[in-house]
Design a protein around this ligand. Structure first.
Ligand SMILES: Cc1cc2nc3c(=O)[nH]c(=O)nc-3n(C[C@H](O)[C@H](O)[C@H](O)COP(=O)(O)O)c2cc1C
Length: 260
């Protein structure tokens, strides 16, 4: 098929999903345009794609589901039988219904999913889990996913009969709540507002960045990663409890899965 542009539409609070998306994209021979939906926007951008565009969607798994914040951008998302591929990164526990949910959501908005991949990586909350992933071998698999997508785009005349089978269940897993809302250490915070500007949900007050709206916070950890003063933190007690629970159920040797 003669394709126009590669569009990278992703949500990546701590940067791992972005890294995986870029590695796959590097192997697709099309000019690329990025839509980083990690940056909070009151007014959602219009995301409209043509039938000869290719869209690569990338998200982290949150509680076995697509992050709600990402789906909020779907109100203005529209394809025209546009081919798309999906990337989900996860912290070595499980991805459960995430890819299936993402496939159903994008296909209901005019896209045709021609490939998908679930990639185990470092856990953004408990960083000892999946440490140093994606590693060399993971990056090779991710690059190969890009190569396979590129080949599919070049050789197929159309994708009318494509129906990628993706694991997952409906109804989807219930959204759980994560009680890990980062706070500001007032003795370290210089009120530089980097955290407030970085927050993908607008949960941190620009006027007073020491204040966080607990209801808006999605525990993505972007504020913790972006604070140069190391003033943003999660309660040690809660973090230790999460670590205990997660180290039992996460497996550092999880393998990537590709559906194409
Ligand atoms: C709120 C939250 C929920 C998460 N839920 C899961 C999960 O259900 N399964 C899993 O294996 N990893 C889970 N993770 C880990 C992330 O999916 C993983 O670290 C991801 O690669 C982070 O992507 P990013 O660096 O692009 O933000 C979760 C992380 C966060 C912050």
């Amino acid at each position: 098929m003669k394709m126009n542009e590669l569009n990278l539409v992703y949500f990546s609070p701590t940067g791992t999903t972005r890294k995986v998306v870029m590695e796959a994209a590097r192997n697709i021979d099309l000019k690329s345009v990025s839509f980083d939906l990690t940056v909070h926007k009151e007014k959602k951008p219009s995301l409209k794609f043509k039938s000869n565009d290719f869209v690569l969607f990338g998200i982290p798994v949150y509680g076995g589901r697509v992050p709600k914040t990402f789906l909020e951008y779907f109100e203005t998302l529209k394809g025209d039988n546009t081919p798309a591929a999906l990337i989900a990164t996860y912290g070595c526990r499980e991805y459960e219904d995430t890819l299936l949910e993402l496939k159903n959501e994008v296909e209901s908005r005019g896209f045709k999913v021609i490939g998908a991949g679930a990639f185990p990586v470092q856990h953004s909350i408990i960083r000892q889990i999946g440490m140093s992933r994606p590693n060399k071998n993971d990056l090779k698999i991710i690059a190969d996913f890009g190569i396979q997508l590129n080949r599919k785009l070049r050789t197929a005349e159309n994708f009318d009969n494509v129906n990628i089978q993706i694991p997952g269940n409906t109804p989807y897993k219930k959204y759980g709540t994560i009680p890990l809302v980062p706070k500001a250490d007032v003795s370290l915070c210089t009120e530089c507002k980097a955290c407030a500007k970085a927050c993908p949900t607008g949960a941190i007050s620009i006027e007073n960045p020491k204040k966080t709206d607990k209801k808006k916070c999605i525990s993505c950890m972007k504020c913790v990663y972006s604070c140069r003063q190391k003033a943003r933190y999660v309660s040690k007690m809660k973090l230790t409890a999460a670590q205990k629970k997660l180290t039992k159920i996460c497996k550092n040797d999880k393998q990537a899965e590709i559906f194409i």
